[in-house]
Design a protein around this ligand. Structure first.
Ligand code: NTF
Length: 818
């Protein structure tokens, strides 16, 4: 069967592609090309490209049936895939042919690509990491399924009005989605609410049954994930919630029409919308229901695949490995226990061993507000049986701890899954850690802090279960697709193998770092990328920026710990110097910001307003804007990121040390030739180790110093009082200089900085300003700067997500890449 399928695969010649596009136009779009919109063409091209993945899809599904191959199930509440079309074209290796076919059809491929609405099914780094990992898993031929939620509304679109963020609902599905294939036959029931009941089974054993309040259904929507030129496809399988029955007939009989529809409406609500919080938990009933919903469907699906392979439950840990992308899917541990113990009647100890072998947990944050915990009443209300199971897991675990550390009650309290200080909560990170055979952090520093701090007791208990896997990003999307000029310049010199062998091959660029003609070509690429970005900002928003200035860019979610306001303070410092005619050593710069704030995060929104207010003031002041400009690029997402990373001279990675678990934007910038100004935090540290201290602008406190200063009592007001320059900067904001005389508007932000400054913005201010001065001086030496830029790229091989995935395969999953 599979060989027959291989033969029906469509060809990739220009003529065949053209014919295929026209065919889809006629049969799927259903229009005559005469009346075509650009979006119609996009659909026809997308269908043609998807068709070219389908033959590999079918043979890849065969591999999933192969009982000798372990499958990786990547469980994640977020997948930030970015637009599919451009990526699929690159990975299938048909960019030349498609380009020509489009030309012959008189359509502009770039315009077509712009038509795609990206599926924004994630908030930021965590969701985008999942997408990079799927790309690498497939490129490395590791059979994998990404399991998640098919949110009807992804992350909101951001508009800026009068300098403020305005949220617009994301309607990514409104024009249809040519990349997904619904599998109505793959659907699973998911129970919620109700109560539990004990009973005696045939053998006289005590068992528990869950009598749910209602049941909803999850339906699979599959999206193919193509590997890079390797004829391999993996699955992104997202679950959409539906009502089990469209009507509650009992209610309907009673004439209660609205009551009858109610259940349907609630069921469909589960996968309706992504929670728009980055790095913070919401603690909402719907959120826990979402998590359980997708996890339950995914586990049922995995058990179905196990059966399909002719394997038994004993084989589970060798047949599949589940990676928990943060705690969001960690209820899976209790759910697998429930399935094994309650439904398959496996005894507890055996079920527990199987569960622990099957799961591994990645922690992505140390911020206390982001460590998920659910109040007991809420948990009991939605998942009464799971709560009982968690109690049982906890009591067995704590009795082991008691045996190991007799009398150490404090340790028991610290390690318990149930937080009993004050109101009671279920701590999901503890459940994830206890129920997994491996726990990993996402950068060397983050893993260290995890071991010393948040999970210290667990590390002491089982040091061998802790690993570091430093994050990575895919060079296919982030260099080849989004920076084609740089990609071809690199390939001209060192060949094309770097695209899949970044770690070993990119370093070969080093030998050209001093080559003057190569340096010139390198600068030309950067200049063209900057000019493209300047045009785009002009065209879309009427902004005026100068491509000859230094492009200093900070794009990422807006959060106090990421310290966009520190960047803003430096800009005001320059503003003051220009106004005071102390312009010596000021290099013309364009400050570019982008990023969304969580809709309910007031201070983050105020930071956006401040940035825009500074930008507007400078726009209207020719004395200042001949030196500096500030722009806020609205609606930063993967699609817009395509234009941003490649245009940067300077990458801002200025989080408070110890707060950014890894960062991945830092990698995208550096791989595309930007130098970094950064703190000793997350993956910055490893980037600096790789590119060399001389090619990196490091400033500020390190994590230990941050901890110490907080312990010894930090007084931001004194810092402000003792630094005239800083005082001038803060006072200028307070004076209303950027807010048309309004002295109230930025008060909450100023009060926070002068009051407790939780992220040590003021403490790091002077070091940052001094370091920026070094950046300016360095930028003025064109050759030296270019050399540093080349060396940054050449030495970034480690940060390919291929390397990260190899680390997971070797240390955590025990899978051999194909
Ligand atoms: C994020 N964590 C971290 O804040 C980033 O530093 C990191 O690069 C990414 O994960 C990917 O590892 C989260 O979004 C969360 F949810 F864990 F807080």
């Amino acid at each position: 069967m599979s060989t027959d399928v291989m033969h029906i695969g469509p060809g990739n010649s220009v003529a065949e592609l053209k014919e295929s596009i026209l065919g889809h136009f006629c049969f799927d779009v259903g229009k005559s090309p005469e009346y075509a919109t650009l979006h119609d063409w996009y659909m026809a091209v997308a269908y043609s490209v998807r068709e070219r993945m389908m033959e590999h899809w079918v043979s890849s599904l065969e591999r999933i049936r192969d009982k000798h191959q372990k499958i990786v199930g990547y469980l994640s509440a977020e997948f930030l895939m970015g637009p599919h079309l451009g990526n699929a074209i690159i990975n299938l290796g048909i960019e030349q042919q498609i380009k020509e076919a489009a030309e012959q059809l008189n359509i502009n491929l770039d315009e077509i690509l712009q038509q795609e609405e990206e599926p924004g099914l994630g908030n930021g780094g965590l969701g985008r990491l999942a997408a990079c990992y799927l790309d690498s898993l497939t490129t490395l031929k590791v059979p994998a399924i990404g399991y998640g939620i098919r949110y009807e509304f992804g992350i909101f679109d951001q508009m800026i009005r009068d300098g403020w963020q305005v949220e617009i609902t994301d309607k990514w599905l409104r024009n249809g989605n040519p990349w997904e294939i619904v599998k109505p036959e793959l659907n699973y029931g998911v129970k919620l609410g109700g109560k539990t009941q004990g009973y005696t089974d045939e053998k006289g054993g005590y068992r528990v049954k869950w009598i749910p309040e209602y049941e909803i259904r999850g339906v699979a929507y599959d999206t193919p994930v193509p590997g890079y030129k390797n004829e391999t496809i993996n699955l992104l399988r997202l679950w959409k919630s539906e009502a089990t029955e469209s009507f509650d007939f009992q209610a309907f009989d009673k004439g209660d029409y609205y009551g009858a529809v109610h259940e349907k409406v609630f069921s469909e609500t589960i996968s309706k919308v992504l929670y728009p919080n980055d790095v913070s938990e919401a603690g909402k009933k719907l959120r826990l229901s979402q998590q359980y919903f997708f996890v339950s469907c995914s586990l049922q699906d995995a058990l179905r695949i196990l059966e399909l392979r002719g394997l038994s439950l004993d084989d589970l840990p060798d047949a599949v490995t589940f990676q928990l992308n943060d705690t969001h899917p960690s209820i899976a541990i209790a759910e697998l226990m429930r399935l094994l113990v309650d439904e398959y009647m496996v005894d507890w100890d055996k079920a527990w061993e199987c569960t622990r072998k099957t799961f591994a947990y990645t922690n992505h944050t140390l911020l206390p507000e982001a460590l998920e915990k659910w109040s007991l009443p809420l948990f009991a209300h939605i998942l009464p049986r799971h709560l009982e199971i968690i109690y049982e897991i906890n009591s067995r675990f704590l009795s082991d701890i008691r045996n190991k550390y007799p009398g150490d009650d404090d340790r028991i309290r610290r390690m318990s899954i149930i937080d009993e200080q004050g109101s009671k909560y279920v701590r999901m990170a503890h459940l994830a850690t206890i129920g997994s055979h491996a726990v990993n952090g996402v950068s060397a520093l983050h893993t260290e802090l995890l071991k010393q701090d948040v999970l210290h007791d667990f590390y002491e208990l089982q040091p061998d279960a802790f690993f570091n896997v430093t994050n990575g990003v895919t060079p296919r999307r982030w260099i080849k697709l989004y920076n084609p000029r740089l990609a071809s310049l690199i390939s001209d010199r060192i060949g094309e193998r770097w695209i899949t062998h970044l770690e070993t091959d990119l370093i070969n660029l080093q030998s050209f770092a001093d080559d003057l003609s190569f340096q010139q070509a390198w600068r030309d690429v950067k200049k063209q990328n900057k000019t493209d970005l300047a045009h785009l900002l002009k065209q879309r928003f009427g902004m005026n920026i100068n491509p000859d200035s230094l492009f200093d860019i900070q794009v990422k979610r807006i959060h106090e710990y990421k310290r966009q306001h520190l960047n803003a303070l430096h800009i005001i410092h320059l503003y003051n110097r220009i106004k005071q005619k102390r312009t010596d050593g000021i290099t013309p710069r364009t400050f570019i910001f982008g990023g969304k704030a969580a809709p309910a995060y007031y201070l983050a929104k105020l930071i956006i307003k401040l940035i825009n207010a500074i930008g507007e003031t400078i726009d209207n002041d020719p004395e200042v804007n001949q030196f500096i400009r500030v722009v806020f690029f609205p609606d930063f997402n993967v699609k817009n990121g395509a234009h941003v990373y490649k245009a940067a001279d300077l990458s801002e990675q200025i989080s408070t040390a110890g707060k950014e678990a890894s960062g991945t934007g830092n990698m995208k910038f550096s791989m595309n030739g930007a130098l970094t100004i950064g703190t000793y935090d997350g993956a910055n540290i490893e980037i600096m180790e790789c590119v060399g201290e001389d090619n990196f602008f490091l400033f500020g406190l390190d994590a230990a110093e941050v901890k110490a200063i907080k312990q010894n009592g930090y007084h931001p007001y004194d810092v402000y009082n003792n630094n005239n320059d800083l005082k001038e900067v803060i006072d200028l904001i307070q004076s209303g200089a950027f807010s048309k005389g309004d002295t109230n508007i930025f008060k909450p932000l100023i009060n926070s900085l002068l009051g407790d400054d939780p992220y040590l913005v003021l403490q790091d201010y002077q070091a940052y300003v001094d370091c920026q001065q070094r950046v300016s001086a360095a930028y003025n030496n064109e050759q030296a700067w270019t050399k540093m830029s080349i060396l940054n790229v050449a030495r970034m091989g480690k940060f390919s997500s291929d390397r990260s995935i190899r680390d997971y395969c070797e240390n955590i999953w025990h899978v051999t890449p194909g």
